[in-house]
Write a protein that binds this ligand. Structure first.
Ligand code: EPZ
Length: 427
């Protein structure tokens, strides 16, 4: 298993190209199931999860081809075509490894009138059920049966009718599944309290480019009029706001200055506002967003919430940065029940964090010290890398396969702005 070795204390300066968004890619890829025509996606990040999703689609009968990428270039161009489906089953071993696999449920149901998808099971950050996905699909006309750990969804008469559903809790994945199911239904669907994340807007924009009829894009009230069929198209994946925010924290924690090339300000205002409140200088440039730290970090009070509020996917990274702030910060994690797995490891590096249920008090300390630490989930891993960049001495982050799920060529990007970092394979 690979690890990432870091010698801390370097002030990071320069430019980091931001890759395509993982959480957009993982909902755009299954759209290939909605048409028998070719769908080409550009700016796809080179990530383990994107590869895994491609393999799942291959098992369902979708052909995928990658256009040649010049060395050093980030992102890939993939053409997908589901001429006809070979299977409508997403097996447990796939879904277990990557929860986003459940996003084939809605499009398969829309295309084939049936889908069998394993229940995902829990994960490190929480139980993460899919009950809202299933309730939404039932409102759109699906029959849902749960047997032996699998969801079997069918559309009576082979086609969903469409319908209205109001989400009791904002759910990104459930909104995505409902959208991909509704676009080929026979009638109108309305989603209330839908997720408004930029990745949902990216999905709506792709579906409209394929011929779907969607009103209210970007709002919590989506109106979808089903169409007879959808076409293939070519579409560029949006930039990754969480990757950009993560590297912004690298500038903050090392007292550096990094331009996040390709980052879109409108996707990350809650993040840039928090960075400014922490004392960083945030500039919107013609190439993206430049984040600089020239003074001590100020403590913050942050509560995670659905877009446009402060994203849960940035909580661990901010905690690492605020570990070195001048004073006590207060963080509240309102989305997932167990998203403090990075805390025990940060403590081993000298961080002082008290957890009280879903709240954390981060007592700013003068320094962190390097240590051997264990990654547990994607964003926790990034918070340990950030701590290592600022810590005195050497840090080794183990189990970096978590990182490879969400950060394209992380060590290359950090090396380019002056980090002393390398990937070590332990066979
Ligand atoms: C997406 O997960 C993202 N993943 C997550 O990013 C992100 O943290 C999350 O949205 C919140 O923004 C992808 O897009 C692939 P939810 P998702 O449904 O869709 C509860 C990362 O680090 N819920 O919005 O699974 C759920 O338990 C990952 O990139 C139900 O109760 O999240 C959670 O408490 C981690 N029933 C809350 O809703 C359901 O049917 C929000 O979950 C669905 C969700």
């Amino acid at each position: 298993m690979d690890s990432i070795w870091i010698k801390g204390g370097k002030r990071l300066e320069g430019r980091i190209p931001i890759s395509g968004a993982k959480n957009a890619a993982l909902t755009l890829l299954p759209c290939a199931l909605l048409t028998d025509e070719p769908l080409t996606l550009g700016n796809l990040p080179r990530l383990a999860d994107v590869d895994s999703f491609g393999h799942l689609l291959n098992q369902l009968g979708v052909s995928t081809s990658i256009a040649g990428v010049r060395s050093g270039q980030f992102g890939r161009r993939m053409t997908l075509q589901a001429s006809d489906l070979a299977s409508t089953v997403a097996p447990y071993d796939m879904v277990r490894k990557m929860r986003a696999s459940v996003l084939v449920l809605g499009p398969m149901l829309a295309r084939a009138g049936e889908a069998t998808v394993s229940l995902p099971g829990g994960c490190a950050i929480g139980d993460r059920p899919i009950d809202l996905h299933l309730k939404a699909l039932e409102c759109l006309g699906a029959d849902i049966e749960l047997t032996a750990g699998y969801v079997k969804a069918t559309a009576p008469k082979g086609r969903l009718t469409g319908g209205d559903f109001s989400f009791p809790v904002v759910s990104v994945g459930a909104t995505e599944n409902a959208l991909m199911a509704a676009v080929l239904a026979t009638g109108r669907s309305q989603l209330f309290n839908a997720a408004r994340e930029p990745e949902i807007v990216d999905l709506c924009n792709l579906l409209v480019a394929m011929g779907a009829k969607i009103e209210g894009i970007g709002s919590a009230h989506l109106v979808i009029d089903g169409v007879q069929g959808l076409n293939g198209t070519t579409y560029e994946v949006m930039p990754d706001r969480i990757e950009a925010g993560s590297y912004a924290c690298a500038a903050g924690i090392t007292g550096g200055s990094i331009e996040l090339v390709g980052a879109r300000p409108q996707d990350m205002l809650a993040i840039t506002n928090a960075l400014s409140q922490a004392g960083l200088i945030v500039e919107f440039t013609e190439h993206g967003i430049k984040v600089s730290a020239d003074r001590a970090l100020k403590p913050l009070a942050l509560s995670t919430a659905p877009f446009p509020c402060f994203p849960t996917d940035m909580q661990a990274q901010f905690m690492a940065m605020l570990a070195l702030a001048e004073g006590d910060s207060f963080l509240e994690e309102t989305i997932f029940e167990n998203r403090y797995m990075h805390v025990p490891e940060l403590r081993r590096m000298g961080g002082e964090v008290d957890i009280h249920g879903r709240s954390a008090i981060v007592h700013g300390v003068g320094k962190l010290t390097g240590a051997e630490v264990m990654a547990t989930d994607l964003r926790a891993s990034m918070s340990l890398v950030l701590a290592g960049l600022a810590a005195e001495g050497e840090t080794e982050v183990l189990r970096v396969y978590h990182l490879d799920r969400g950060y394209e060529r992380l060590e290359e990007k950090l090396l380019a702005v002056g980090a002393a970092i390398e990937r070590r394979s332990s066979g």
